[in-house]
Write a protein that binds this ligand. Structure first.
Ligand SMILES: Nc1nc2c(ncn2[C@@H]2O[C@H](COP(=O)(O)OP(=O)(O)OP(=O)(O)O)[C@@H](O)[C@H]2O)c(=O)[nH]1
Length: 349
């Protein structure tokens, strides 16, 4: 029996990790191995997926098109060996980064001899955020590809978007992808049976571009290309990602005010903000999430991940917005909030 592989995709912040965390709690998901493809060193997902154990493998992709194939094949080979040795591996879920073009991943799963020997592509599940989805489809070709190649589309955040916006987005998704049922899930609340056991990916019935995208990938896998020689057209040059690390506990007021302002004024350019914060006066880590114009409520996590230092980390993915502006703004808000806190505590003495 070959092990089914589900590709979980969706643009930055659509809710992939949230859905995955919920799915993994279902009893029928026992024995699921998770492969996470994230932005190289600045990725945080490995700290935010709750169930991380020896079955989770991180595919660190600093540059998606260049590394994902090799890393994916290597990770699958390791899993196949473990399964052969008797470890229970009932299924694999690959969570891609939000900027991932699904074509190379699918092409690898459908044609690589290692992948084919022990695994079978079960299906592609694509999440689309009801708040930002329409704007993202207008501007990011990856999002269009993710939707067009899906076997199941899950519209998320319908609790935040109005019904009219959600319905209009769903109609657009049906036109982009006539074969995938369009479902809804709020905060990952959906039964695994709706998303798994699809039984394979087929090109038939899809918009004609899908076959062309996959065919274009078919020629890519066989020659080595490194970070310096990759095809620049695969990456949107206006998009860049970076991470900031803060040694000392951060004042919540400063961080929150700055992030809210950023979402309000530069939301179009702030594709994603994700952070794990050590806040002044707070024992537990706090996760923050910004997705374009939406700054989600912060979440206090149960504990700091074992073996991990307690410095705050914030990752940004920006489009047409220089790093300096964001970094300088954040630092100045944090500094003012610290100074304000000092003045308050001195005046209390
Ligand atoms: N209100 C609401 N918030 C949601 C929903 N789904 C996810 N979120 C929030 O959206 C933010 C981003 O969710 P993630 O699950 O981290 O998104 P992701 O797709 O894994 O993000 P990347 O891996 O960075 O692309 C978090 O603050 C979630 O709590 C939803 O259905 N409703």
């Amino acid at each position: 029996m070959k092990i089914p592989v589900t590709v979980l995709t969706g643009f930055l912040g659509a809710g992939k990790t949230t859905l995955l965390n919920r799915l993994l709690k279902a009893p029928e998901m026992a024995g699921t191995a998770v492969l996470i493809n994230e932005f190289g060193e600045i990725g945080l997902d490995h700290l935010l997926v709750e169930r991380l154990d020896e079955d989770t493998v991180l595919l660190n992709a600093g540059c998606l098109c260049c590394t994902v194939r090799g890393d994916l094949v290597r990770a699958l080979r390791d899993l196949a060996v473990r399964a052969e040795r008797g470890q229970e591996v009932t299924r694999v879920v690959v969570e891609t980064t939000g900027l991932a073009d699904p074509a190379p991943i699918l092409q690898t799963l459908m044609s690589d001899p290692v992948a084919l020997s022990a695994f079978t592509l079960d299906g592609v599940v694509t999440l689309v955020d009801a708040v930002n989805g329409a704007a993202t489809l207008d501007t990011q070709v990856e999002a269009v590809k993710q939707a067009a190649m899906a076997d199941r589309i899950v519209v998320t955040k319908t609790d935040l978007a109005g019904e009219a916006a959600a319905t209009a987005l769903e109609a657009r998704l049906v036109a982009l992808n006539p074969v995938a049922p369009v479902l809804r899930a709020v905060a990952g609340g959906i039964a695994p049976v709706e998303l798994l056991g699809i039984g394979g990916f087929a090109v038939g019935g899809r918009i004609p571009q899908v076959a062309a995208w996959l065919a274009a990938e078919a020629g890519h896998g066989h020659h080595h290309h490194d970070h310096h020689h990759h095809d620049p057209n695969r990456h949107d040059a206006a998009i860049h990602a970076f991470g900031l690390v803060f040694d000392d506990p951060l004042p919540w007021q400063g961080v929150a005010t700055w992030l809210e302002m950023l979402a309000l004024t530069r939301g179009d350019s702030v594709l994603r903000v994700k952070g794990l914060l050590n806040l002044a006066g707070e024992d537990r880590p706090v996760a923050i999430h910004g997705v374009q114009h939406v700054f989600h409520p912060p979440v206090r996590l149960a504990a700091w991940p074992a073996g991990h230092d307690r410095r705050s980390r914030i990752t940004f993915v920006l489009r047409n917005l220089p790093r300096d502006i964001v970094e300088a703004g954040l630092v100045s808000f944090v500094t003012s909030a610290r100074e304000a806190a000092e003045i308050t505590s001195e005046s209390r003495r």
